[in-house]
Design a protein. Structure first.
Lengths: 272, 340
């Protein structure tokens, strides 16, 4: 474990050195990322000018909702910083045969492929998320109890784990198909569902969608469960989604690992 | 643990098939292809047997698409075979055991394994972490390798700013930092100038002799083969056509020698055109192809004819022998199949 952490640190260090080599690009990426986030926040502020709550009786008024948005920002920034740059590069690695060099290294291929690039500029959103959470929490009707603060970081990790598992399964598809340039698009469509409270998925279309995004692809658990623990009163019933999220994270990690291993066994490599 | 006399690489009946999809031309055919695609099976490697001992330097020769790189990819565990077995350093390569992957290296001339935007020193450091190389040993090996290749000044320069030859030298340093017992080289001198090729030849020869590294090299440059390899394996259409020494390949597949005569003038050279052997005239120079078995009889007669300033007798160039071998491969393979 310490060896993998040390290698991850070496990757991170090398990526930081590279980012500092292209400083203007790094600053531009931070500004773009923060700009996109600012536009989203402005849009939500606009929505709350017209309604006090998203969905009557759901509990997602302004402060809880911004705690929700902050939780999403923290989780997504970790994923975007640690895993997405590597996943985006994977398509090219498979297409050009660069994956060969990874497979001959005495190290877990999944680790190497999914974590060899770190995008520090994406962490900017995470810091904004923490700031937003610090703004929202004192404005909640009920302050989160200590148990909620204890569970929250673990659920954040579970959310990251679920998203990581999905990235790995998309990566496996890339290895099997030889080319999957829509990986990032598909990822964007899927994760879009996680950006809003689950309550908005209601009615004849929303109900089945909510079930699918909870039990089949557990994308709705990623942000909803940790955000709910912090932003809404912690009742006895809240523990079911908490345990469900932990189980979903474990299952996603195990299944994605198997899918990835099976894809690697079928890897064809590109002609030289 | 392998016994000292046991082969480091042992391969039996190793075969790799690929299913490839045909893509017919035209828009309509492309649309039809969405619903139905015709495919066929291509034999990249068909039941290869081979054993390589510790410290051998083996050249894998073959035309493009012969299966050389596929063979190296199977031996390094990148892909899995359709049939057959292989053991490298006592391991089944495609099981990808860490203990196995720590003991070999693969260098591909057409692919860059160093971090593109960073100095090679950063990639070396990463290599040290991945292969768990003791810091003292790492520093000693790195310094020895960079000095041998004369690239000490380059390791702090971003890789993207280096020339192809400089990059390849640094790729070799990276590959050898963990002191592998087996080295797979896939066209390591491709696109390099003669100086860089020569430096790499010297370096590889030194490394192989000093460390008893087993090396398998694929190349299209016969200079690489002549400079480095004692043993040659010729692969065509996924089969081994020849496995033997470099000296034997010349004896076995050529019937004549090249005799180059420098004469007094062009007229003297032209007179040799009627000597009964294939003859090429280049000014005052005559190049004859004479049967190997008859050289001793024929040469004195020619020299007695006079006007000869200098003479050289050489084997047919290796490029020519190998090219002929590749050309005649289908007929040879058909004959072998018929005989078996």
């Amino acid at each position: 474990m310490s060896r993998y952490l040390s290698i991850l640190w070496t990757f991170a260090r090398a990526c930081l050195v590279r980012d500092m080599t292209f400083r203007a690009n790094f600053v531009l990426e931070c500004v773009t990322s923060l700009g996109w986030m600012a536009m989203n926040l402005a849009f939500y502020l606009l929505v709350f000018q017209f309604t006090p709550e998203i969905g009557a009786g759901t509990g997602w008024s302004k402060a809880p909702f911004f705690a929700f948005v902050a939780t999403g920002m923290i989780i997504n920034s970790v994923v975007q910083a640690l895993f997405m740059p590597s996943a985006e590069e994977l398509t090219e690695l498979v297409r050009t045969g660069g994956l060969d060099a990874v497979l001959v290294r005495p190290l877990d291929a999944q680790f190497l492929l999914s974590m060899h690039r770190v995008d520090f500029s994406s962490l900017a959103n995470g810091f904004v998320g923490i700031g937003l959470l610090a703004w929202a929490v004192p404005r909640l009707d009920q302050p989160p109890p200590p148990i909620a603060w204890a569970v929250y970081p673990m659920l954040i990790l579970c959310g990251v784990a679920i998203l990581y598992g999905l990235i790995i399964m998309l990566a496996a598809a890339t290895i099997l198909m030889g080319r999957n340039q829509s990986l990032y698009d598909f990822w964007f469509y899927i994760t879009n569902f996680s950006r809003y409270p689950a309550e908005i998925y209601a009615g004849p279309w929303g109900g089945p969608l909510r079930a699918a995004c909870t039990f089949v692809i557990p994308i709705l658990l990623v942000v909803n469960v940790p955000a709910r623990v912090i932003a809404q009163p912690l009742t006895g019933q809240a523990w079911w989604p908490v345990s469900g999220t932990i189980l979903a994270a474990l299952a996603t990690l195990v299944i994605s690992r198997r899918v990835f291993q099976s894809a690697l066994a079928k890897y064809r490599s590109a002609s030289s | 643990m392998l016994a000292a006399d046991e082969p480091v690489i042992r391969v039996a009946g190793l075969a790799k098939e690929y299913r490839v999809f045909d893509k017919p031309e035209g828009l309509l055919a492309s649309i039809r292809g969405i619903f139905h695609r015709s495919s066929r099976v291509v034999d990249a490697l068909r039941g290869v047997d081979l054993a390589v001992g510790r410290g051998e330097f083996v050249a894998l020769l073959g035309p493009n698409g012969a299966g050389k790189t596929t063979f190296l990819k199977l031996l390094s565990g990148i892909i899995t075979p359709s049939r057959g077995t292989a053991h490298v350093l006592g391991h089944v390569p495609w099981e990808r055991a860490d203990d196995f992957r720590r003991r070999f290296a693969l260098v591909m001339g057409q692919r860059n394994q160093l971090w593109w935007d960073l100095p090679a020193a950063e990639s070396f450091r990463l290599h040290q972490e991945i292969y768990r190389i003791d810091p003292t040993r790492f520093a000693r090996t790195r310094d020895a390798l960079v000095d041998m290749l004369g690239v000490r000044k380059l390791i702090l320069q971003p890789v993207r700013e280096l020339s192809l030859g400089e990059r390849m030298k640094l790729e070799l340093v990276a590959a050898l930092l963990h002191e592998p017992e087996v080295l797979f080289l896939d066209e390591p001198t491709i696109g390099l100038d003669v100086v860089a090729q020569h430096t790499i030849h010297e370096f590889l020869r030194h490394v192989q002799r000093e460390r008893r590294v087993t090396v398998m090299l694929t190349t299209h440059y016969m200079k690489d083969v002549a400079a480095l390899c004692e043993r040659v394996v010729v692969i065509t259409h996924g089969d081994i056509l020849y496995d033997g020494s470099l000296v034997d390949i010349v004896d076995r597949f050529t019937t004549h020698k090249i005799v180059t005569l420098d004469l007094e003038d062009a007229a003297a050279a032209r007179r040799l055109a009627g000597c009964g052997y294939p003859c090429e005239i280049r000014g005052p120079q005559a190049i004859l192809r004479i049967d190997r078995t008859r050289i001793a009889d024929v040469l004195p007669d020619i020299l007695r004819g006079g006007n000869v300033r200098d003479v050289s007798v050489e084997d047919v160039p290796l490029e020519e022998i190998v090219a002929e071998l590749f050309r005649s491969a289908p007929a040879r393979q058909a004959a072998q199949e018929a005989a078996s």
